[in-house]
Ligand binder design. Structure first.
Ligand code: IPE
Ligand code: IPE
Ligand code: MG
Length: 252
């Protein structure tokens, strides 16, 4: 086995990664900011601040490892239920992140994209996402996909409506609709399905994330809260992924 990334964890376990089997698409539910703050007697917004700051390290490492797509779940269609003050603080932090990091991301050949109902986000957020995309769209490295105002059910319904329009306009006929064709009506149309979905924080649920795309994803959970999820945890998640047997319904 070609060990590209030689590594040992705190328990001195060999968690070297096979460079030939790095997940092409990793998706992360960035959860646990609130509890991280609570454990430290800090306001929830400080947890979000630490969470947003943590993005830098994980993006950098995914880029170094040769991951092609990194999708980060930053705000769900259900997160609007939270107090306006918290929602506003989060939006502000995301805008600041983009402003501060876009130059560095660009230097590292990262493309900044987004999925979700971006049109319903505050204009400052939309503008910053657009700026980041325009600046980085021709890069050839990691595709950083920010899931903002994203919901899996919302995405599927939107896809059905778009497909219905195309059927009506006879751009496509019903007999030709299959899962591959339907995938092209989703926000993720240009990317492969996630190989690995990581959820820190201790919750073991999907929370409306990539419902269509996760059909054969490997799931990896940890009690670590997102602001504490570092490069070594990412390595462990990938190491575990590399030791799973993916059969896709077939047999070996
Ligand atoms: C994740 O952290 C950030 C968002 C959902 C926007 P949470 O804010 O959900 O943190 P917990 O789950 O309350 O700890
Ligand atoms: C999922 O976390 C959404 C994001 C991390 C953006 P939540 O904290 O909103 O999910 P639930 O409420 O625990 O399912
Ligand atoms: Mg949460």
């Amino acid at each position: 086995m070609w060990k590209l990334f030689s590594n040992r964890n705190q328990d001195n376990e060999d968690i070297s990664l096979d460079g030939n089997n790095i997940p092409r698409h990793i998706a992360i539910i960035m959860d646990g900011n609130g509890r991280w703050a609570k454990q430290r007697n800090l306001p929830r917004s400080m947890g979000h601040k630490a969470g947003v700051e943590n993005i830098r390290e994980i993006v950098k490492e995914c880029s170094n490892l040769g991951v092609k797509y990194l999708t980060l779940y930053a705000f769900s269609t259900e997160n609007w239920k939270r107090p306006a003050e918290e929602v506003n603080a989060l939006m502000k932090l995301l805008v600041e992140y983009l402003k501060k990091e876009v130059e560095e991301l660009h230097k590292n050949k990262v493309v900044v994209k987004s999925i979700g109902q971006i049109e319903s986000l505050p204009s400052i957020c939309r503008d910053e996402l657009k700026n980041a995309y325009e600046k980085t769209k021709n890069n050839t490295g990691l595709i950083l996909n920010l899931a903002l105002n994203y919901g899996g059910r919302d995405e599927i319904l939107r896809g059905i409506k778009l497909l219905y329009e195309d059927l009506n306009m006879e751009k496509i006929i019903l007999e030709d609709v299959n899962s591959e064709v339907f995938s092209k009506y989703l926000y993720t149309k240009d990317m492969c399905d996630p190989d690995l979905i990581i959820r820190p924080s201790g919750e073991q649920r999907i929370s409306n994330f990539l419902l269509w795309q996760c059909a054969y994803s490997e799931f990896w959970y940890s009690d670590i809260k997102w602001p504490d999820f570092k490069k070594e945890h990412l390595h462990k998640a990938i190491y575990d992924f590399q030791n799973r047997d993916r059969r896709f319904g077939g047999i070996k």
